[in-house]
Design a protein around this ligand. Structure first.
Ligand SMILES: [Mg+2]
Length: 212
């Protein structure tokens, strides 16, 4: 038996918005309330606010205000498969770290939301550095995120990275993907049970040529 066969994922980093929490659903309701019924199509790109007729500074202002007046970061239920994913990871004896780049206005809400939905992680990190999970991991680590940059950032340092399918990350070809967080949890479980081979980096070697 060689070394690679002993590799086990001990820690996972899980993103909030677009993976665990349907942020834009909450933001749409807030905009309808604040700005009136308008055209707020399902986001297709990271800067979806433009298609909603918003400028960047206006978007930031709404984010800050909506967090206070409409609990933007805690008003919606979890996305599909979240509780099941937690169960699978717990049964697989994997430590769960929620890692989110949410603004400070969301910090209290985020903690309460996780507790209220019985989605309790081992740690909760507010940071843009998604590689933090590899610093606290006791063995190998994995993450799931919906942002191309974070996916690439994590893969670059050897974290098993999975991109949660969303229209705004479809441009990255050859990424390792999951339809939802439950699929990610099942993947981790299968790796640890040695039902599938160790997951090697998927795109980083030549990712610049892989962006459409
Ligand atoms: Mg996200």
């Amino acid at each position: 038996m060689n070394n690679t066969e002993h590799r086990r994922i001990t820690d996972v980093g899980i993103d909030m918005d677009g993976v665990t929490y349907p942020f834009y659903e909450a933001f749409r309701k807030y905009c309808e309330d604040k700005l009136g019924k308008g055209h707020y199509p399902d986001p297709q790109t990271w800067d979806f606010y433009k298609t909603w007729g918003l400028e960047l500074d206006q978007f930031h202002r709404l984010l800050e205000e909506g967090a206070k007046t409409h609990n933007l970061f805690s008003s919606e239920p979890p996305m599909e498969g979240v509780q099941e994913a937690w169960e699978i990871l717990r049964q697989a004896d994997v430590r769960i770290h929620v890692v989110t780049a949410r603004p400070y206005t969301s910090w209290g809400q985020t903690a309460h939301w996780l507790e209220n939905h019985s989605i309790i992680p081992d740690h909760l990190f507010f940071t843009h550095d998604k590689t933090i999970v590899s610093h606290v991991a006791t063995g190998e680590s994995a993450i799931i995120d919906d942002h191309v940059d974070y996916y690439l950032q994590a893969e670059k340092v050897g974290i098993v990275s999975v991109l949660r399918n969303q229209p705004w990350n479809a441009q990255l070809i050859n990424a390792r993907r999951a339809e939802n967080i439950k699929e990610f949890a099942t993947l981790v479980q299968k790796v640890n049970n040695r039902e599938i081979a160790w997951l090697k980096p998927s795109v980083n070697k030549s990712y610049k040529t892989l962006l459409r």
